[in-house]
Design a protein around this ligand. Sequence first.
Ligand SMILES: [Zn+2]
Length: 118
Amino acid sequence: MSSGSPCASKKCYCGIPSKMLTSWTTDNPGRKFLTCKFSDVHTGRKGCGWFYWVDPDVVEWQRVVTNELVVEKRLLKTELRIMMTELQKLEDDKALLVAANERLERICNGGVAGMKGT
Ligand SMILES: [Zn+2]
């Protein structure tokens, strides 16, 4: 399937060098392909529609394992986002407590210094 030629030498119907992307569909997770430079996965634009698989077909165990890892990664990303939010809340609480502690120390030290002065 792969001729071993560099990807940039493969041109789409537009006659310009194609770009390499990675598929993340459940059928072809992690499989690289070449497509038209004008295609855009975010907007759904297909360019001239030219398409070429770089990697050989994914075998079943790869498909299963990769899809599981993709799901796990998504879960971990969500958990990380939640933990970062909680961490930020704790950092904010800490800053408030530090400020409160400094105020109390100033009051206490002021009191002690006042007593020493007498
Ligand atoms: Zn094209």
